[in-house]
Design a protein around this ligand. Structure first.
Ligand code: FDA
Ligand code: NAD
Length: 428
């Protein structure tokens, strides 16, 4: 390729982690011309969580530039102008098609070779396709995925093309739950289909899941659980008209939304960096098996001290905090300790809102009123509190369960913990 530019720092990928890293670089005094961000998306880094929430609202929907990073953490909003003013080279709409970690170069789709002294891989993940589960039809005009702005725009267009219509949502994870809620708010009839016995199976117990499923049912959502789709029927325009399920039933549809999980974008580094748990393995300084290459966000598998093992976390808080940490590790190595991250997940659906901290292993102790609007659960493993969930809490209560989980207090008596409920976290 043509000889191209050279930078001290290159961030590969222009998503959430890239945006938060850029802000931290500026706070730590990066010089003009030292930092470059390369992204195949046509827009500057933005808060991806907005795409399944504010972006899909029927009125006053969120649109760029309102949700560029780093508004999600009440920080500055980084518009393209901001990058320019701080001398950060933003190379947008440009994919990296190969990387050479020995030569420290990246080759872009425009044929440019960009070199670095230090590379931060922040390539995130891609949505899994139905084809990977043996079903064809992902390209149909009314089948939607949701990972980036282009997907979100398409989803809005498809939704608007069938007012009052019927949607099938495939998958009972985060995308499925948040999109189902947004579709209902847009007055689309929703049937959710997923293979597990209950929604959010990776995190929720059946009791917690039941609370949300009952709420969704009260909003008109229909659940078909324990089965997967086997094929689509199409009309002469190639649009999906019906979804055939493995249990033999058929649902006629105007649109389909698919959220069946993700795969980290590690392809450029296979055979060059050590991988683990599907991601790029990094140490407590977020440094990979090549000392010039770091990884953050969805693509990184890092030691999570709080749970005592290496994990890959697919959530925005982890992307933001690993981004801040990596810049500190690079710019101030002597002042930076190992990343010590407490896993934090949350969601907002309809008027509901929950947070979870820590790890969902061990015995579960429920608290609060599951027929009301505030309830939660603790996870106790090897006599320690290791995880906490809360629906409908106040800011102070969420802070309390976060703090309690981080402290990992000894729990001698589960009945006593149950009796104290939320008060345990507030007073620990
Ligand atoms: P992210 O995916 O944000 O960015 C990766 C970037 O790299 C993209 O811009 C991509 O195009 C680019 N890229 C990849 N390969 C490239 C290549 N070869 N060349 C150039 N560029 C390349 N989490 C949460 O905690 N709460 C929430 O409410 C939500 N909500 C939510 C909604 C939706 C719709 C999605 C899709 C995701 C969420 N998430 C979430 C998850 C959260 O958004 C996610 O964890 C972060 O975006 C991860 O940030 P990264 O920067 O690692 O990847
Ligand atoms: P997910 O891992 O949360 O859920 C995947 C779901 O796919 C499973 O729950 C299961 O029901 C379903 N599934 C698995 N195999 C299937 C099959 N063969 N057929 C049909 N369904 C099948 O992934 P997602 O919901 O696609 O979300 C994608 C990414 O976006 C994740 O990284 C997630 O963390 C992130 N996200 C997070 C939030 C949040 O944190 N609030 C919101 C939206 C998206």
């Amino acid at each position: 390729g043509k000889m191209g530019r050279a930078f001290v720092y290159v961030i590969l990928g222009g998503g959430v982690a890239a945006g938060y890293a850029a802000l931290e670089f500026v706070k730590k005094g990066v010089s003009h011309g030292e930092l470059c961000i390369i992204s195949d998306e046509p827009v500057a880094p933005y808060e991806r969580p907005a795409l399944s929430k504010g972006f899909l609202l029927p009125e006053a929907a969120a649109r760029l530039p309102s949700f560029h990073t780093c508004v999600g953490a009440n920080e500055e909003r980084l518009t393209p102008k901001w990058y320019k003013e701080h001398g950060i080279e933003l190379v947008l709409g440009t994919g990296v098609k190969s990387a050479d970690v020995k030569r420290k170069t990246l080759l872009t789709t425009t044929g440019e070779t960009i070199s670095y002294k230090i590379l931060i891989v922040a390539t995130g993940a891609r949505a899994l396709k139905l084809e990977e589960f043996g079903v064809t039809g992902s390209d149909a005009g009314n089948v939607c995925y949701l990972r980036d702005i282009a997907d979100a725009n398409r989803l809005v267009d498809v939704m608007q093309s069938c007012p009052g219509g019927n949607a099938v949502v495939i998958g009972g994870g985060y995308i499925g739950m948040e999109c189902a809620a947004s579709l209902v708010i847009n007055k689309i009839n929703v049937t959710m289909v997923f293979p597990e016995e209950h929604c959010m199976a990776r995190l929720f117990t059946s009791k917690i899941a039941n609370y949300y499923e009952e709420y969704y049912k009260s909003r008109g959502v229909n659940f078909i659980k324990g089965t997967v789709l086997s094929s689509f029927d199409f009309d002469s325009n190639g649009k999906v008209t019906a979804v055939n399920l493995r249990d033999g039933s058929t649902l006629s549809v105007d649109m389909v939304v698919v959220g069946i999980g993700i795969r980290p974008n590690t392809g450029l580094f296979e055979g060059q960096l050590t991988l683990e748990k599907g991601g790029i393995k990094v140490n407590g300084m977020l440094q990979s098996s090549n000392s010039s290459v770091y990884a953050i966000g969805d693509v990184a598998a890092f030691p999570v001290k709080a749970v005592g093992e290496t994990r890959r976390l697919e959530h925005v808080d982890s992307a933001r905090k690993s981004a801040r940490h990596v810049v500190s590790a690079i710019m101030e190595p002597n002042k930076t300790r190992e990343f010590d991250y407490l896993p934090f997940f949350y969601s907002r659906i309809f008027t509901l809102s929950w947070q979870f901290y820590g790890d969902n292993v061990g015995e579960v102790v429920y608290y609060g009123d599951m027929s009301g609007s505030t309830f939660g659960a603790y996870w106790v493993s090897k006599d320690h509190l290791v995880g906490a969930f809360l629906e409908g809490g106040t800011k102070e209560e969420y802070e309390a369960i976060a703090k309690a989980t981080r402290l990992r207090p000894v729990i001698e008596d589960l009945t006593e913990l149950e009796r104290q409920g939320l008060r345990f976290a507030v007073t620990v």
